[in-house]
Structure formats: structure tokens, C-alpha cells
Design a binder for this molecule. Structure first.
Ligand SMILES: [Zn+2]
Ligand SMILES: [Zn+2]
Length: 179
């Protein structure tokens, strides 16, 4: 779906889409594994400046590599979004202050309007957690040999223990002894 500025000049554009997996190209590491469902609307904030506000809700499931073990982790994304887009030729001069006040994220578009899929792609990427793990209990990989420790222990020597941790262990041992 293409959101054309000339349509927005007449009325707000509402959207309700189910984007099948494979249609949006994220990064090589992120794969959409469910249909992406999104509803919302686009509104022309300023006709003279071509400023467009797009808000809505998005729901999708993606696979992305676990930060600890690098295996594929499944992430359910559910996100309410509110974005402002400005024509890229406007640049980012004095206008930026005004946009900041609205406390929304700002993007840029070229030409006659925006492809909704590009907007949704950005929302998904922004919604992914900073630390993405396959499971709370993920053991990660051995720093020595790279073995995925969820699949079994390796034969590497235990790492020399950082001093801070041994202090913590003593502290813990002490507190259990008291109990
Ligand atoms: Zn993991
Ligand atoms: Zn190892």
C-alpha cells in the first residue's frame, strides 16, 4: 500500500493490512514468520511542509538470533506506534524543535509519499528488544570453543573467576550459613 500525499491532502488515509511473511525485507538476521497485521491511519499535519503523521498498531512474530547462543529465537512483537515523516528535501533544519515537542519519532520520505511497508518495517525494527534471548534460561555459548551450552557441556577448563564474583559468592555462602 502506498500512502500518497495527494490523497492525504483530501482526507486521512486509514489502513488495515495483513502483510504476508517474505514481503518486507528486514535485515538478513530477522525473518518474519507470521503475517504482519497492522491497522491505523495517516494524517497530513502540515500541507505546506508535507509533514505526515502515521499512527496505529502492529502485531507480528519474527525470528531473530539469540544474543547469547546465536540460535534463532522467536519474538512476538505487538506495538502501538506514532511516527512523523517529513519530505527529505526539507532537511533537518529549524523544524526539528517543533517535532521534538510532539514526542514522536521522525522519519523522512522521498517524492510523492510513503510505502506503508517501509513504515511497518521501521516499527518492527524499533520494537525489537535491545537484548534478545531465546529463553530466560539460555546458557549461551562457551567463550573458548563456541559450543552451544544449551545442547550440552563442553570439555573446556572453567574460566578463571573474576574477583568480584568470588566476593559475591563468599557473601552468599555467608548468608546461607546464617540461615
Ligand atoms: Zn539462546
Ligand atoms: Zn568449551
Amino acid at each position: 500500500m502506498f500512502i500518497a500525499i495527494k490523497d492525504l491532502e483530501l482526507r486521512d488515509v486509514r489502513f488495515q493490512v495483513d502483510v504476508p511473511a517474505g514481503e518486507i525485507d528486514y535485515s538478513s538476521e530477522i525473518t518474519q514468520i507470521s503475517a504482519l497485521h497492522a491497522t491505523g491511519s495517516a494524517h497530513l499535519l502540515s500541507r505546506s511542509l508535507g509533514e505526515v503523521r502515521i499512527e496505529g498498531n502492529l502485531k507480528v512474530t519474527v525470528n531473530a538470533p539469540c544474543d547469547r547462543c546465536l540460535e534463532s529465537a522467536t519474538v512476538a512483537v505487538e506495538k502501538r506506534f506514532d511516527l512523523v515523516y517529513m519530505p527529505s528535501e526539507t532537511g533537518n533544519g529549524a523544524r526539528e524543535d517543533e517535532v521534538d515537542e510532539a514526542a514522536v519519532e521522525v522519519g523522512y520520505y522521498d517524492g510523492a509519499g510513503l510505502a506503508l511497508n517501509d513504515v511497518l518495517r521501521e516499527v518492527v525494527l524499533l520494537a525489537l528488544p535491545m537484548q534478545l534471548i531465546c529463553a530466560e534460561a539460555c546458557k549461551g555459548i562457551c567463550p573458548e570453543c563456541g559450543q552451544n551450552l544449551n545442547q550440552g557441556e563442553c570439555d573446556c577448563e572453567p574460566q578463571p573467576i573474576d574477583d568480584r564474583w568470588s566476593k559475591l559468592r563468599e557473601f552468599r555462602a555467608g548468608s546461607t550459613a546464617r540461615n
